[in-house]
Design a binder for this molecule. Structure first.
Ligand SMILES: O=P(O)(O)OC[C@H]1O[C@H](OP(=O)(O)OP(=O)(O)O)[C@H](O)[C@@H]1O
Ligand code: HPA
Ligand SMILES: [Mg+2]
Length: 165
């Protein structure tokens, strides 16, 4: 298992604030999205927050997996496609939501399914950024984002004793 250069741990509070900030940014757009398509599993959490903020009641999933072990990307697998009615008009009425874009490979696959949809992610790394429309915070490519649903409370060594990674 290779450790990333930098770690960016995100708490539930911070994630909620950042997802809400994404909803504020999206609310400035004049498009009225009829549905959210969230990319499981990471996109489920921001999708719930954005759906609540923007009053969107139709939430669909597209199920894509590629990271087998922490920080190691493997072959991209589409486990479930988008439901047929949402593919109408190339997804022009659809808002795609994910927790982050890293290499942009996941975003590219889902974009190809819904070319006219608006793509929003809470966090973005430089390689993935050109593939999405709206995001809140950019982190460097050598940073690994630790989401609150992947974390638990553990003892932390004092900084002076050296940090992992
Ligand atoms: O831009 P990329 O390099 O393609 O990586 C970004 C994707 O990787 C993670 O999902 P993952 O495939 O790990 O599945 P998960 O959402 O179930 O954790 C993350 O939630 C994004 O969907
Ligand atoms: O930085 C990341 N954090 C969590 N999951 C991820 N999947 C791709 N990149 C990341
Ligand atoms: Mg994901």
């Amino acid at each position: 298992m290779s450790l990333p250069e930098k770690a960016f741990p995100v708490s539930w509070d911070q994630f909620h604030r950042d997802a809400r900030a994404l909803a504020w940014r999206l609310s400035a757009h004049k498009e009225q999205w009829k549905a959210i398509v969230c990319i499981t599993r990471g996109g489920l959490v921001p999708a719930a927050i954005i759906a609540r903020e923007l009053g969107i009641r139709v939430v669909e999933t597209v199920c894509v997996a590629s990271y087998h072990a922490y920080s190691e990307q493997g072959e991209m697998r589409i486990l479930k496609e988008v439901a047929e009615p949402l593919l109408a008009n190339e997804g022009a009425d659809v808002l795609i939501v994910d927790d982050l874009t890293d290499t942009g490979k996941t975003a590219a696959i889902v974009r190809a399914m819904l070319p006219k949809a608006h793509f929003a992610a809470v966090y973005a790394k430089p390689k993935g950024r050109p593939l999405i429309d709206t995001f809140v915070t950019e982190v460097s490519q050598d940073t690994w984002i630790f989401f609150p649903w992947d974390l638990g409370f553990t003892f932390q060594k004092p900084i002076a004793e050296g940090q992992p990674g």
